[in-house]
Design a protein around this ligand. Structure first.
Ligand code: GLC
Length: 749
C-alpha cells in the first residue's frame, strides 16, 4: 500500500510541478509578482535588485533602424537589449517585430524588465488623419480626441506603448515648418487640443491595451525659434513664456500626460535639455509633474554645440541635474553616468529617481503583468485601416477644410457638369496627402483628389486630368496641355501647394509662395477664362495674395491623409458644407511675419497716418485673419448682451449673442469669444480668445449662444509672474473670426 501511496504522492508532486512550470510567469512577471501589492512597492523592490548599469539602461532609448524592408535593429543595440542596458526602443513597430524584441529583453536580460516601444504617432498610425494644424482648423477638440484615440488603437495593436505626441508648441511663424504639427498661433486653441489629444491617446486607464502613453513636446517655446528657422535661438521674457507658450503644456499635464520631451532650442541662453528653470523650477517644483522626461533626438550632446557644455560628461551632468530622465539616441547616459556617479557628481538617488518614473509607467501600462499584451498580430490585422477608422478619418478631413473664397457661389459644383478639368501636381498625388510625420501610413492607401472626384461623379462627366507642372522645379513643359484641358471644360479644379516634407521638422522656408512654377500655371489656367477652383495642399499659411484677387473659389485643404480625396470631393460637390476656421493668420507677404492676431497695440497703432506701426509697401492687414472660414450658407450675428456691465474678480459674467443661419442650407459656425484688457501693469494684446462654440444651424434657424466667463478668464501674468486680475476697462468681442466681431464694454472693479 505504501508503494502505491508513494507513487500517488510523487505523481501529484510531478503534476503540481508541471502546472507551476506551465503557469510560471516570465521573468518580468516573476519580478512583478515578487514585488507584492502597489506599484511603488513593486518599483522599489525591483530597484533594489538592479545594478547601476541596469538602472542606467532604463534611462536609455535607442532607435530601431527603419528600412524599406521593415524595421531592423543594429547588432550593438540587440546586445544592449540582451544585457538589460536599454529600456526603450523607438521606431520599432509591428506585432511580430516588437514581440521578438520584447522576448529578447524579457528572456535574456538578468531581470527581464520589459521594453517600452515608442514612435511618432502624430496624426494617425496606419490610417492617416489630417496633419495637426488641419485638425485644429476643425475647431473640434472632441473630434481630435477621437482621432488620437483611433491612432492609439492602431498603434497599440501594432505593439507600440508610447507616442511622441501631442506636439503642443504655440506656432506664430509660418516660416517654421513645424507649424504643421501644431494647433496654431493661439494659446487657448492649443490648450483645448492639447488636453483632448492627451485624453485620446491615454484614455482613462493606461492599462487598457488600446491606449498608449502620450508626450507633451517640445518643452519649451520651440515654436518661437528666431526667424522661424528650426532649432534656432529662443529668447523672450519669462512673462511671455508663461502667458503664451506654457499653457498648452500645463493643459497636457492636467490631462494626465505621462511624459514630456525636451526641446532642441535654447531658452534664454540655456539649452532646454539642460534647463533647471524649465524642468526643475517649472515642471517639477511648480507643476509637480511625476512622469518622466525624455530628451529629443541626441539633444544631450547638442548642448556642446550650443556652447553650454564643455564636453559629453558636462552635458550629461547638466541633463541629469535638470531632471531629464531618458536619453534619446545619444547613448551618453550609458557612457558617462557610471563615472559621474562613481565620482559623486551625480548621486545614485538621482538615477533611482529617474528609473522609478520610468518603471512606474511600465507597470501602469501593464507590461510587467504581460510584456506581450500589445504585440497581438490578430488585433493588428483587424484594427489597422479598418472601415471604422477610415470613416472617422474622412469625417475629420471634411471638418478640417477651410473655405477661403467662394465668389458668386461657384461652389458647390453641380454633379451634372459635363466637362471638368482637374489640373495640378497634387491632384493625383497619393504621397503628399500623408503630410509630415506620417508614421506607418502607406501612400498606396490614400484616395487622391482625382480619385475622389471620379468616384463622386461616376461616369457621366468627362474629366480631363492634367498634371500641368511639378510641385517644385522650373519646367513649364506641361502647361500647354493643361491650358487646353481648361479651355474645353466648364470648370477647372486646380490642386497646388507644397510637398509634404516642405513642412514638418527641418523644413523652414524663407518665402511662403507657391513653390516651383505653380503660380505661373495657376495664372495660365485663370487666363483661359474657365472658372477656377483652387484647392490648396500645404503645411503652413502661404502668401496666395494673387489667387485671392483673381480666383473665384479657394479651398484650404492642408494635408488631409488617407481619406483626403473623398473629403475634398464631398465638399466640392456639396455633400458636405465646409466649416473649418483658420488656426493661424495668413499674411499678405512673408515680410509681415511673425504676424498673429493677439498682438500688442504699441504706442502708435497702425492707421493711415505716416508715423504709426506699419509697412509702407503692403496692405497692413492679414490676407485671412485668425478664425476665418466661409460656408456654403451665411450667418448673421446680433444682440450681444452681457449679464452685467461691471463685475468683481470673483463674479461670473454671462454673455449672449444671437446667431442666425441666413442662407439656404444647413451649416456649422464657430462662434468665437475674445476679450481685451485696455490697460494693465503689463500691456495686453488687442484681442485674446477665451472661448468658442461650434454650432449647427438649419436654414433660417436662429440660436442664442451663451458663454460664461469668470475672473480667471480676465487674469494674466504680471511682471512678478503672478496670475492677477486687475480692475479696469475691458472689451468683449464675439464673432465669426478675430476681425469680424461685435463688441461691448465691461468694467472690472
Ligand atoms: C525628432 C523630433 C521629435 C521626435 C523625435 C523622435 O527630432 O524633434 O519631435 O519625436 O525626434 O523621432
Amino acid at each position: 500500500m505504501i508503494t502505491i501511496n508513494k507513487i500517488l504522492i510523487s505523481a501529484v508532486h510531478t503534476v503540481l510541478f508541471l502546472l507551476l512550470l506551465l503557469l510560471s510567469p516570465s521573468r518580468g512577471q516573476q519580478v512583478a509578482a515578487e514585488a507584492g501589492p502597489g506599484i511603488d512597492a513593486r518599483v522599489d523592490s525591483l530597484l533594489d535588485r538592479m545594478t547601476l548599469e541596469e538602472k542606467i539602461g532604463q534611462l536609455t532609448l535607442f532607435t530601431s533602424d527603419l528600412t524599406t524592408t521593415g524595421p531592423t535593429m543594429r547588432d550593438d543595440y540587440r546586445k544592449l537589449i540582451n544585457e538589460g542596458r536599454t529600456g526603450a526602443i523607438f521606431n520599432a513597430y509591428g506585432a511580430d517585430y516588437t514581440r521578438k524584441l520584447q522576448k529578447m529583453a524579457v528572456e535574456n536580460s538578468r531581470l527581464g524588465i520589459p521594453l517600452l516601444f515608442g514612435y511618432d504617432v502624430i496624426h494617425g498610425f496606419r490610417t492617416i488623419f489630417p496633419i495637426p494644424l488641419a485638425e485644429a482648423a476643425s475647431w473640434d477638440p472632441d473630434l481630435a480626441r477621437r482621432s488620437a484615440q483611433t491612432a492609439a488603437r492602431e498603434a497599440a495593436a501594432a505593439g507600440l506603448h508610447w507616442t511622441f505626441a501631442p506636439m503642443v508648441d504655440v506656432s506664430r511663424d509660418p516660416r517654421w515648418g513645424r507649424i504643421a504639427e501644431s494647433a496654431g498661433e493661439d494659446p487657448y486653441l492649443n490648450v483645448r487640443f492639447a488636453e483632448e489629444r492627451v485624453r485620446g491617446f491615454q484614455g482613462e486607464d493606461l492599462e487598457n491595451p488600446e491606449t498608449i502613453l502620450a508626450t507633451a513636446k517640445h518643452f519649451a517655446a520651440y515654436g518661437a525659434a528666431e526667424g522661424g528657422r528650426d532649432y534656432n535661438t529662443v529668447n523672450m521674457s519669462n512673462q511671455r513664456l508663461w502667458e503664451v507658450y506654457l499653457p498648452p503644456f500645463k493643459a497636457a499635464l492636467d490631462a494626465g500626460v505621462g511624459t514630456f520631451m525636451t526641446a532642441f532650442n535654447e531658452y534664454n541662453g540655456v539649452p532646454a535639455t539642460g534647463s533647471q528653470y524649465l524642468f526643475n523650477t517649472i515642471l517639477r517644483d511648480a507643476w509637480n509633474f511625476e512622469g518622466f522626461v525624455v530628451t529629443d533626438y541626441t539633444s544631450i550632446p547638442e548642448m556642446i554645440a550650443h556652447g553650454a557644455a564643455a564636453g559629453e560628461t558636462a552635458a550629461v551632468e547638466m541633463a541629469m541635474n535638470a531632471n531629464v530622465d531618458m536619453d534619446m539616441q545619444s547613448g551618453l547616459y550609458l557612457k558617462e553616468l557610471p563615472r559621474l556617479v562613481e565620482e559623486g557628481r551625480i548621486s545614485e538617488e538621482q538615477v533611482d529617481r529617474s528609473v522609478r518614473r520610468i518603471l512606474r509607467l511600465k507597470y501602469e501600462l501593464g507590461l510587467f503583468q504581460d510584456p506581450y499584451r500589445y504585440s497581438d498580430a490578430d488585433r493588428e490585422d483587424k484594427e489597422l485601416l479598418s472601415a471604422r477608422n477610415r470613416e472617422l478619418a474622412r469625417k475629420v478631413a471634411r471638418e478640417s477644410v477651410v473655405l477661403l473664397k467662394n465668389e458668386n457661389n461657384l461652389l458647390p459644383l453641380s454633379r451634372d457638369i459635363s466637362e471638368l478639368a482637374v489640373i495640378g501636381p497634387l491632384a493625383d498625388n497619393q504621397q503628399e496627402l500623408l503630410g509630415s510625420w506620417s508614421a506607418a501610413g502607406d501612400a498606396d492607401d490614400n484616395v487622391t483628389v482625382l480619385e475622389g472626384i471620379r468616384q463622386k461623379l461616376g461616369g457621366e462627366t468627362a474629366i480631363h486630368y492634367r498634371r500641368g507642372s511639378d510641385i517644385t522645379g522650373t519646367s513649364a513643359d506641361q502647361f500647354d496641355e493643361a491650358v487646353q484641358a481648361a479651355e474645353q471644360a466648364e470648370v477647372a479644379i486646380v490642386v497646388l501647394g507644397e510637398e509634404a516634407l516642405m513642412s514638418g521638422e527641418a523644413a523652414s522656408r524663407a518665402t511662403l509662395d507657391l513653390p516651383g512654377v505653380q503660380q505661373e500655371l495657376l495664372e495660365q489656367i485663370h487666363a483661359t477664362g474657365t472658372p477656377v477652383v483652387f484647392v490648396m495642399m500645404n503645411g503652413r499659411p502661404l502668401t496666395i495674395t494673387w489667387a485671392d484677387q483673381h480666383i473665384p473659389a479657394i479651398l484650404e485643404t492642408w494635408f488631409l491623409g488617407t481619406e483626403g480625396g473623398h473629403a475634398i470631393a464631398d465638399i466640392l460637390f456639396g455633400d458636405d458644407n465646409p466649416s473649418g476656421k483658420l488656426p493661424v493668420t495668413f499674411p499678405r507677404a512673408v515680410g509681415q511675419v511673425p504676424y498673429y492676431y493677439n498682438h500688442k497695440n504699441t504706442g502708435r497703432p497702425m492707421t493711415d497716418q505716416k508715423y504709426t506701426s506699419k509697412y509702407i509697401d503692403v496692405e497692413n492687414s492679414p490676407l485671412y485673419p485668425f478664425g476665418y472660414g466661409l460656408s456654403y450658407t451665411s450667418f448673421d450675428y446680433g444682440g450681444l448682451q452681457l449679464s452685467r456691465q461691471t463685475m468683481r474678480p470673483d463674479d461670473s459674467l454671462h454673455i449672449r449673442v444671437e446667431v442666425e443661419n441666413t442662407g439656404k442650407r444647413e451649416g456649422e459656425e464657430v462662434v468665437q469669444l475674445y476679450i481685451r484688457d485696455l490697460s494693465a501693469s503689463v500691456t495686453r494684446p488687442i484681442k485674446e480668445m477665451r472661448a468658442f462654440q461650434k454650432i449647427k444651424l438649419q436654414p433660417g434657424q436662429e440660436k442664442t449662444v451663451s458663454f460664461t466667463l469668470t475672473g480667471e478668464d480676465f487674469s494674466f501674468y504680471n511682471q512678478e509672474l503672478k496670475k492677477v486680475v486687475e480692475p479696469g476697462r475691458f472689451k468683449i468681442f464675439v464673432g465669426t473670426n478675430a476681425r469680424d466681431v461685435l463688441e461691448t464694454e465691461l468694467l472690472i472693479q
